[in-house]
Design a protein around this ligand. Structure first.
Ligand code: 2DT
Ligand code: MG
Length: 233
């Protein structure tokens, strides 16, 4: 019998597009899907874990958190490298997890690193930005949630009105900036065979969830038989 590794599945998109909600639902679904029989993933995926980047719990992550909350300033190249270092520090644990046959659903990854840094006014070179993440484990799937800027603004305003405490926007949570970020994502997905774009405007959480789960089901067998690739190499 072939020993199968876990899948590496990344969710990407602008702030407020629903990545975190969908990531949680996917992990729940994969952990409760029957191993065999109707509705199963054919015994290919048994367990899944939720990972998130930036991981604000490490020493590097705490610096990033301060930066995002505007509690400190950081030179653009330096913060870009910290985001990448925050991924590299987790690579041994990530590979071990996949090797055990556990799938990882990741809420942001190197694509956020590139899109957000490249969207800055004093642009960091696209190629320069890529280098820091080159060689990371390559995701089997990148599920990109695409949201219009009108809908994005409506969601943010709702968050601010509904919050019992005043919602304080983080550094990058400005519509014009996020539009630029979406444009940078557009460059990243060109020519890639592992990206799937899911339009999320006016769709219910459940409909989007089923859409994502079907993409995973379609790819699970082939992905888990392959050796994990290296990103941008
Ligand atoms: P969350 O709102 O998802 O916590 O993200 N970011 C993220 C970068 O600029 N570079 C990166 O490498 C990553 C992973 C995106 C916090 C913000 O940090 C941005 C939004
Ligand atoms: Mg955010």
């Amino acid at each position: 019998m072939i020993k199968r590794r876990g899948m590496l599945i990344v969710l990407e998109g602008c702030d407020g597009c629903g990545k975190s909600t969908q990531a949680r639902k996917l992990v729940d679904a994969l952990n409760t899907t029957p191993r065999e029989g109707e509705g199963s993933l054919g015994g290919h995926v048994t367990h899944a874990e939720l990972w998130k980047f930036p991981n604000r719990d490490t020493a590097i992550g705490r610096l990033i958190d301060e930066y995002l909350q505007n509690k400190c300033e950081m030179e653009d190249h330096a913060i870009h490298l910290l985001f990448a270092a925050n991924r590299w520090e987790m690579v041994p644990c990530l590979l071990e997890t996949l090797e055990k046959g556990i799938s990882v659903i990741m809420d942001r990854y190197a694509f956020s690193g590139l899109a957000f840094s490249a969207a800055k006014k004093k642009k960091l070179g696209f190629q320069w930005c890529k280098i820091a993440d080159q060689g990371l484990p390559r995701p089997d799937l990148v599920l990109y949630l695409s949201l219009s800027s009108l809908e994005m603004e409506a969601r943010w305003n709702k968050k601010e009105r509904d919050g019992t405490m005043v919602y304080i926007r983080e550094r990058y949570e400005k519509v014009a900036f996020q539009n630029q970020v979406q444009a940078e994502y557009g460059k990243l997905m060109m020519g890639e065979d592992n990206w799937h774009v899911i339009e999320v405007n006016n769709k219910s959480i459940e409909v989007i969830h089923r859409n994502l789960l079907n993409i995973i089901k379609d790819n699970v067998k082939i992905s888990t038989e392959k050796v994990i690739g290296k990103l941008w190499l």
